[in-house]
Design a protein around this ligand. Structure first.
Ligand code: BDR
Ligand code: CA
Length: 312
């Protein structure tokens, strides 16, 4: 199996991604979860990650708390979407599980150094603060990461927090700039893809009909977080963002894209956090990421539902 570390700010869609990964042990080994402030503050995101691990019966997986605040900027939160806890709608008990004492940034450095180069894939589902700080503190880890798979950015679809910036890039653009510039192979699942992955009523009904606790939980979470997006996009179902990263790891053939150059805007007041994707290769800048543009939504939901069915 591919060995992964998931860096995350749960978040209903983060939680769904974590559950999908935990339900796929024959393909993915989740080595650890690291948390970051994003959708909500770090105390919430860490508690939510612990609750999800307990829900899946995987409290044995270590959890490391990371940065609450972006590298340079004041935090921008998403409680208007995700609710006060960041995970409203899931109805989970307060977890007993606590994070490890080590900071997530120090864990990332120590773990990557302890493993042979190429042993670990890092999945990022929130602002890239932890990974950026780890790369600044220990540049040698760059060559040890097999690949970074990230839900971040947007190009053709426009932004979701400003007209041209996606939330994870916007919250900590300096961090994203550091990570995109680190020379590590990257796969990017942007809004262009996630806006095709819609939680329509029939898809939610299929999840609910699974009859297990995880299925009920995922349905409750999606139902809560979609309220905001349904109004915003006037679509049948809301976009499901973060699980696209796990789906790419499990079944990359569900996605189409190409190798591109991506730069992150940090200067412009109007465009800060924009991922500038050279999709048509007009700049001659070297490629630094595989950018997914399209996805097979039916195939994605078949996979998600099959995996959630395996959980308690
Ligand atoms: C991203 O922002 C967060 O609200 C979601 O969890 C996802 O990671 C989508 O823009
Ligand atoms: Ca997230």
């Amino acid at each position: 199996p591919t060995r992964i570390i998931i860096d995350t700010d749960p978040g209903q869609d983060d939680a769904c991604a974590i559950l999908m990964a935990l339900a796929s042990p024959e393909q993915l080994t989740v080595e650890a979860i690291t948390t970051v402030g994003g959708n909500t503050g770090i105390a919430n995101t860490t508690r939510n990650a612990a609750a999800i691990l307990e829900l899946a019966g995987r409290a044995d997986i270590p959890l490391y708390q990371g940065c609450d605040l972006p590298l340079l900027r004041s935090p921008v939160r998403g409680e208007h979407v995700h609710g006060e806890t960041g995970l409203d709608g899931a109805d989970l008990p307060r977890p007993a599980k606590q994070p490890e004492a080590q900071h997530a940034v120090d864990f990332l450095i120590a773990k990557l150094r302890a493993e042979p180069p190429g042993a670990l894939t890092v999945v990022t589902l929130g602002p890239m603060t932890n990974l950026a700080l780890a790369l600044r503190k220990a540049p040698d880890i760059a060559s040890r990461i097999a690949r970074i798979v990230s839900m971040i950015g947007a190009c053709f679809e426009g932004g979701n927090i400003t007209p041209n910036a996606e939330f994870n890039a916007y919250v900590d653009p300096e961090a994203a700039k550091i990570v995109f510039g680190a020379g590590i192979p990257m796969v990017v699942l942007p809004l262009d893809v996630t806006h095709q992955i819609l939680t329509t009523k029939p898809r939610q009904a299929r999840l609910k009909a699974l009859g297990n606790r995880a299925g009920a939980c995922v349905t409750g979470m999606l139902c809560f977080s979609e309220r905001f997006d349904l109004k915003k996009y006037e679509s049948d179902g809301a976009p499901l963002h973060d699980p696209c990263t796990i789906a790419w790891l499990l079944r990359p053939e569900l996605f189409q894209g190409r190798d591109v150059n991506i730069e992150v805007e940090t200067q412009s007041a109007l465009c800060v956090g924009e991922t500038v994707v050279d999709y048509w290769q007009v700049t001659g800048r070297p490629t630094n990421a595989f950018y997914c543009r399209d996805a097979d939504a039916e195939g994605f939901f078949d996979l998600l539902i099959e995996r959630i069915a395996r959980l308690p």
